[in-house]
Design a protein around this ligand. Structure first.
Ligand code: C2E
Ligand code: MG
Ligand code: MG
Length: 561
């Protein structure tokens, strides 16, 4: 337990005078009573009781060495062994020079010889000892995290650097440990339980990583850092650590990011930034609990950071462009253009063209996707209106929606606004919603989809087959088309040469009474096979890559002619 850092009690510091001779006690009381609140004890045991009782407020002990019941020399080690008492400075009162040395060895801060020197000398020694002890106490209060008793991060980094100095040749690992979904603990079980879990983790860490070659700290609420000699296996450690969270819901588990064999030229904080990058990478993974950092990861992370930073400027400068990829209906003799998909591309001033595969997920994680998507939906609507007005041809264009947007209560209103602003109809703009969006909170998503359909919008389920929705759920889904995940095509033609899975999906679509759209169709062989299997619509490089709006016009004019 920490001693109080409020040093003044009732305006004066408390001092204990422990001396069996009344004359000595009175003498000292007279000297000190103006500045201090003086407590008295006339033997060693009484002194010990007074000290324990006043352990949080006592500023100093004046201790006579020769006392009945318990003498000062025996009391000293008792005080120094007790974590609650060892911070209280003790000045010994003695006439015996040999005991002075012995008492200093046993932890006394100073001594005052008997017979007593001038009152000013006594006062000066007392106030200096109190000052020193209080300074030390302030330092140790900031050094330790109050809840767990582990180092605070500031001291941790300093000790880490010191460790390097003394062990320059040790291979060191930087670890960042984080509790997945720790907020659940606080929200569902209360802060006290949360604190208990954190303390349990701290205890387990202290046992697992001995102080001889490890330094540990709690960095923020549920993040711990460990700097330790290299180990090959951290999986067994996460297993052990997870037992600590054993009575919590299974989603509450500890994950570790490891930056192994730290480059010591790198400053110590950056080493732990790397460990954190690795830890964050498995944030939403429910089966992997240890993640190792590597340089490629770092590059990816830096690149991602750059893209996120530059997003606002890129949006303002219209660096995002919509490309269009045609979809052809293949049920007749000749393929006929049926619609198009709007796909974003980022034309970066220095990095060149960046494909959406590199930034969509990132922007979804950083909450930027809604801004980008609305911009893309509007650009697509503008182009649709332009084709209609200028060429007199209308082809529906599908736009992609991200999962987060399905929770936006204003989503339907946004699409209503877009169609009316650009003078197009809901039949002109189709919405692609990825299958995985339906998997969690499906009731809420299904309600939103119904709302969109009630307003006349046509819904295509994108990447069907990748999101693991149950067959049972599919029969209830309000959708207008199934877009087969590209993996079905890859697997059927490149790997196993077996199209049975595609047949099954086409059967499901038939049962639901909706067309199947196959995307990623690259060869004539695939096109013909899909046609034979009864697939309705095809999208892929076989017909065209996604192209800019002006290039896409050739498909429109061909269709119009
Ligand atoms: P998606 O919606 O499933 O789009 C199909 C992807 O397949 C596109 O990749 C397209 O260029 C690519 N593709 C089409 N035909 C072929 C082919 O024959 N072979 C191969 N290998 N690929 C083909 P892209 O444009 O890179 O987009 C990737 C994903 O990014 C999209 O997958 C979509 O989920 C997302 N995305 C694209 N634009 C947007 C957008 O404006 N908003 C949102 N939220 N997501 C978007
Ligand atoms: Mg799509
Ligand atoms: Mg798709």
């Amino acid at each position: 337990m920490n001693r109080s850092t409020d040093f003044y009690v009732d305006g004066k510091r408390h001092i204990l005078v422990a001396d069996d001779e009344m004359i000595n006690r009175e003498l000292l009381e007279n000297i000190l009573c103006d500045e201090y609140d003086v407590l008295m004890a006339e033997d060693g045991e009484m002194a010990y009781d007074v000290i324990k009782e006043n352990r949080n407020t006592l500023s100093l002990i004046l201790l006579d060495l020769m006392m009945p019941k318990l003498n000062g020399l025996d009391l000293l080690p008792r005080l120094k062994e007790d974590p609650d008492l060892k911070g209280i400075p003790v000045i010994v009162l003695t006439s015996d020079q040999a005991s002075e040395v012995e008492s200093l060895k046993r932890g006394a801060a100073d001594f005052i010889p008997k017979p007593y020197p001038q009152p000013d000398v006594i006062k000066a020694r007392i106030s200096r000892s109190i000052e020193l002890a209080e300074d030390r106490q302030i330092i140790s209060a900031t050094e330790r995290d109050e809840l767990t008793g582990l180092y605070s991060s500031e001291y941790f980094y300093r000790y880490g650097e010191q460790f390097d100095k003394y062990h320059p040749d040790s291979d060191m690992d930087a670890l960042c440990l984080d509790v997945n979904h720790f907020h659940i603990v606080n929200e569902r079980f209360g802060m006290a339980k949360g604190d208990e879990i954190l303390k349990r983790i701290a205890d387990c860490l202290t046992k697992t990583f001995p102080a001889s070659d490890c330094v540990i700290c709690r960095k923020t609420a549920d993040t711990f850092l460990v700097y330790c000699s290299h180990r090959d296996d951290y999986t067994s450690i996460t297993d052990k650590m997870s037992e600590v969270c054993g009575d919590m819901p299974t989603s509450v588990r500890l994950r570790i990011g490891v930056y192994a064999y730290c480059d010591k030229k790198l400053d110590i904080r950056s080493r732990f930034d790397r460990a954190k990058i690795a830890a964050d990478l498995i944030r939403n993974n429910y089966s992997v609990f240890v993640s190792m950092f590597d340089e490629k990861l770092m590059e990816k992370e830096l690149f991602a950071e750059q893209l996120v930073d530059e997003f606002p400027k890129a949006l303002a400068e219209k660096q995002f462009k919509v490309f269009f990829q045609p979809k052809f209906n293949i049920t007749g003799d000749k393929p006929v253009l049926s619609s198009a998909e709007a796909l974003v591309r980022w034309f970066h001033p220095t990095l060149g063209m960046i494909s959406p595969g590199r930034f969509i997920q990132l922007f979804e994680e950083d909450g930027l996707i809604a801004q980008l998507d609305e911009y893309i939906w509007r650009s697509a609507a503008e182009t649709i209106a332009d084709w209609k007005n200028r060429l007199g041809i209308s082809v529906p264009v599908s736009v992609n929606l991200s999962r987060a947007e399905m929770y936006d209560p204003a989503l339907v209103e946004t699409f209503d606004k877009i169609t009316s602003e650009y003078g197009i109809t809901p039949e002109d703009i189709y919405l692609e919603i990825t299958e995985s969006a339906y998997v969690r909170d499906s009731d809420q998503i299904v309600d939103r989809v119904k709302e969109l359909r009630d307003h006349g919008f046509f819904i295509e389920m994108d990447d069907f087959g990748s999101g693991y929705s149950s067959l049972n759920m599919i029969s209830e889904l309000p959708i207008d088309a199934l877009k087969l995940d590209m993996m079905f095509i890859r697997n059927a033609f490149d790997k196993i040469n077996d199209t049975r899975m595609i047949s099954i999906v086409i059967d499901i679509a038939d049962y639901l009474g909706v067309p199947v759209i196959a995307e990623g169709v690259e060869t004539e062989e695939q096109y013909l096979a899909l046609k034979k299997l009864g697939c309705t619509i095809i999208q892929g490089y076989y017909f065209s890559k996604p192209v800019p709006a002006d290039e896409f016009e050739r498909f429109l004019t061909e269709k119009g002619s």
